[in-house]
Design a protein around this ligand. Structure first.
Ligand SMILES: Nc1ncnc2c1ncn2[C@@H]1O[C@H](COP(=O)(O)OP(=O)(O)OP(=O)(O)O)[C@@H](O)[C@H]1O
Length: 292
């Protein structure tokens, strides 16, 4: 494992999403993402971890084409979904390529009903058999989230935070994604709801949807993901199989909030990778720990 690893995955040619040397800036002053290379293989959940301001959301915005809406620009690098180049493309192009983002903070349409919110997710749907496909997608969402079926006529603003997160994910699924971009789905949710959302992410993935999961909740993310990347001030600091990352001293101490068992003997240091060792003056950025 290396901080400069180009990818946490095997690097095979069948990657669903491939980011190469991605740079994202806001204006002249903020370099939010720097030379980041990430892959999501077909059928995988891949996690991107990091503290506040590490660049996680900016990375997702670059992929979903929503960066300009926030004043940001892709300044360098390449984004491809299978054979489709998405670098600098708009959100409609990303949706056509099967990429749908669930933004942080849910952002459901509070004044619309649950059913209307779900239908809003189908606006970008093109191609034949649209009505039948919408009906199938609706059945699938209601099977994943029975509570949404029960509340289909209720205004979304009246749902709990967890239910709104379900609705936000459900709305994204209505667009028939091949790749779901999830930004902090566990944020602000009670532990029981975090577990439920985690189970649903696993099920969605089992149904064939690739997932790029951005989380500060490192324990949940590392449990769900096959591969993981740790971003630090816009750069990939660590990358590798999630289970292996979860076992390193650095991740356990800085991202899982665990006390180290042995003094400063990180796996990366053993591998001779000095850049992955924490600097002595670095503040410990303990992120929220996942509690069952
Ligand atoms: N719209 C914006 N305009 C200017 N700077 C921004 C904007 N959005 C993010 N930034 C800056 O870009 C950097 C990366 O932010 P980003 O939101 O991508 O990080 P993050 O890892 O998702 O953080 P968090 O977990 O707090 O959401 C930060 O320095 C942030 O202040």
């Amino acid at each position: 494992m290396s901080a400069t690893a180009e990818s946490a995955s095997s690097g095979d040619d069948s990657a669903l999403l491939r980011l190469r040397d991605l740079d994202v800036t806001y204006g002249r002053a903020v370099r939010a993402v720097r030379a980041v290379s990430i892959e999501v293989p077909h059928g995988a959940v891949v996690a991107v971890l990091g503290a506040n301001g590490a660049g996680k959301t900016s990375l997702l915005r670059a992929v979903s084409g929503t960066l300009p809406l926030h004043g940001g620009t892709v300044d360098g690098g390449r984004i491809t979904v299978e054979e489709t180049a998405l670098t600098g493309r708009d959100p409609a192009a990303a949706v056509r390529a099967g990429v749908v983002q669930v933004p942080e903070g849910r952002r459901v349409f509070a004044g619309l009903t649950v059913a209307e919110n779900l239908r809003a997710g189908t606006l970008g749907l093109r191609g034949s058999g649209r009505a039948a496909r919408i009906s199938t997608a609706l059945d699938r969402v209601f099977a994943l989230f029975p509570v949404l079926a029960d509340r289909r006529g209720q205004r979304a603003g009246l749902l709990s935070g967890g239910e709104q997160q379900m609705l936000a994910i459900g709305r994204a699924l209505m667009a028939e994604p091949r790749l779901l971009l999830l930004d902090e789905p566990s944020l602000g949710l009670a532990p029981r709801m975090v577990s439920l959302i985690a189970e649903v992410i696993t099920e969605i993935n089992r149904q064939g949807v690739g997932v790029l999961l951005v989380e500060q909740n490192a324990a949940t993310a590392l449990r769900l993901a096959r591969h993981a990347y740790v971003l630090d001030v816009g750069r990939v600091r660590l990358a590798g199989p999630a289970a292996r990352l979860a076992a390193t001293d650095e991740v356990r101490r800085l991202y899982l909030g665990e006390a180290p068992e042995a003094p400063e003997s990180s796996e990366a240091a053993e591998a001779g990778d000095e850049s992955a060792s924490p600097a002595p003056d670095r503040p410990v950025r303990t992120l929220r720990r996942w509690r069952r």
